[in-house]
Ligand binder design. Structure first.
Ligand SMILES: *[C@@H]1O[C@H](CO)[C@@H](O)[C@H](O)[C@H]1NC(C)=O
Length: 465
């Protein structure tokens, strides 16, 4: 995610209610009727008079979890009962109060897996008619909790600061949630408007990319991070790596959009295939070396960072993910070995950023496993299904966190949902201060929550052992 260039990465399912006409579903022992006026669509389903009689509609579910189900029905012969089915399994009984004409009733919450899911009503008492099913996402179900995580840094020569940072994360993981905010200006907004200061500052190496520096870009991100460290805060860095070359630079594909696949002709797979003597391969190294200079400045100032390069790879909207997972993984390995082994930089806690097993660099390359989630405004659910996916991916052996969010997860839902993300970092600008993705009153509640750690509560995390 970058500033207003938003919402490219979206993991949400049916957040907006969707209605399915019963008569368009699969009918077993029942038929379509039109005699009772006022139905929606082409008719309604009628003739529930035998035990097996069933109507099933088929929503396509992209996010597993809890959904509200509402039924539009008619029960002209008095109150009836029906049985709710999810993929043919009984999911509760629903009482349909007496209703001439058409009524709607909440059927409560159903839990659905991903894919094409059959949501049905089966006869039970029968003698009612069904017009519509309405389904809306309400939450992501129950996560699988934490368990203790004690992994050593993947960099065997990690500095004392990097070791302490990872240890601190492991220590709070499962019990507390670290608050985070991208961009110093947005972090200041939180302090001034919410009245608390986040524990984590999110920064970006973007403007140190050589193809931006060549166009006059400058940055104070490193100075800001050093100052933040001096205040006792935790630093995380992403790198919107502007492509080394091949910037298209036409309207809508300007040079400064050069981290997007659509704004560069740079082919990462071809560059890596060139081998070490290739022109484009050397440009990759030139760029990594430029970032190494900045990481060294942080290291020299004894500042450890949560380092999250090559983020959101599977989306393919960034050039490092545009040529498949094999090229991506090769590049990840190159970034790691160049910074750690060649430049001897050991102040990084390595943060991976995918829940897709095809793209996960592997536990040997990741200290912390994260995803970025942008849900619709006001959806503060715990995102348990994504949490569970990361837990499965890492075998439960890595701290799991939300590297970017548009909407802050509710700490109570994280706890009750078994999805204790170690930290979240809210993206900058409108996401935090616009009042829509997160209301100010919600942010105040979160930032004052007993389980949410803010800057003043961090203590001497650098001496965690
Ligand atoms: C990009 O295009 C603009 C407008 O045509 C031009 O002024 C600028 O020099 C170009 N920059 C690069 C890096 O090509």
């Amino acid at each position: 995610m970058l500033r207003s260039l938003s919402t490219a990465f979206c993991l949400v399912g049916l957040t907006v209610a969707q209605t399915f006409q019963a008569e368009a579903g699969t009918l077993i022992g029942v038929t379509t009727g039109t005699a009772t006026s006022g139905y929606n669509g082409a008719g309604y389903v009628t003739g529930f008079d035998a035990d097996a009689d069933t109507v099933t509609v088929w929503p396509w579910i992209t996010q597993a979890g809890s959904y509200s189900l509402t039924i539009r029905y008619s029960a002209p012969y008095g109150e009836k009962k029906t049985t709710i089915l999810v993929n043919s399994a009984t999911s509760g009984e629903l009482t349909l109060p007496s209703c001439t004409g058409w009524c709607t009733i909440s059927a409560g919450t159903i839990t659905m897996p991903t894919g094409s899911v059959g949501v049905g009503l089966k006869s039970n008492w029968g003698y009612y008619d069904v017009d519509e099913f309405t389904i809306a996402y309400t939450g992501s179900g129950t996560g699988t909790g934490t368990g203790t995580v004690t992994s050593s840094p993947i960099d065997g020569s990690a500095t004392a600061g990097a070791k302490a940072l990872l240890k601190y994360m492991q220590k709070i993981y499962g019990s507390y949630y670290l608050s985070g905010q991208q961009d110093p200006a947005s972090l200041l907004w939180v302090t001034q408007n919410v009245g608390k200061t986040p524990a984590i500052l999110g920064s970006d190496f973007i403007e140190y990319s050589p193809s931006r520096v060549a166009n006059g870009a400058t940055s104070t991100a490193v100075e800001d991070a050093i100052a933040w460290d001096a205040r006792g805060g935790i630093n995380t860095f992403v790198w919107h790596w502007n492509a080394p070359t091949g910037l298209i630079n036409t309207s809508g594909k300007e040079w400064w959009r050069g981290f997007y696949t659509d704004s560069t002709t740079f082919d990462v797979a071809a560059a890596l295939n060139e081998g070490t003597s290739g022109t484009n391969y050397k440009l990759l190294l030139r760029d990594i070396d430029a970032i190494a200079v900045q990481i060294k400045r942080l290291s020299d100032a004894n500042v450890p960072i949560l380092f999250r390069p090559l983020h959101e790879p599977e989306g393919a909207w960034f050039w490092w993910g545009a040529k498949g997972s094999a090229a991506f993984k090769t590049l990840w390995s190159l970034v790691y070995t160049r910074l750690v082994n060649y430049h001897g930089l050991h102040n990084m806690v390595w943060v991976c950023n995918t829940a897709d097993s095809n793209w996960y660099p592997g536990n040997s390359y990741c200290d912390i496993a994260t995803v970025d989630i942008y849900t619709s405004a006001g959806d503060h659910s715990a995102q348990s299904s994504q949490y569970n996916a990361l837990k499965t991916l890492t075998g439960g052996s890595r701290v799991i966190a939300l590297a970017e969010v548009g909407v802050v997860p509710d700490p109570d839902l994280m706890t009750s949902g078994g999805a204790p993300w170690a930290y979240w970092v809210t993206w900058a600008g409108d996401f935090v201060s616009g009042g829509s993705y997160n209301s100010l009153s919600f942010l105040k509640t979160v930032y004052n929550h007993a389980k949410v750690i803010t800057l003043d509560e961090l203590g001497s995390w650098k001496s965690t052992t």
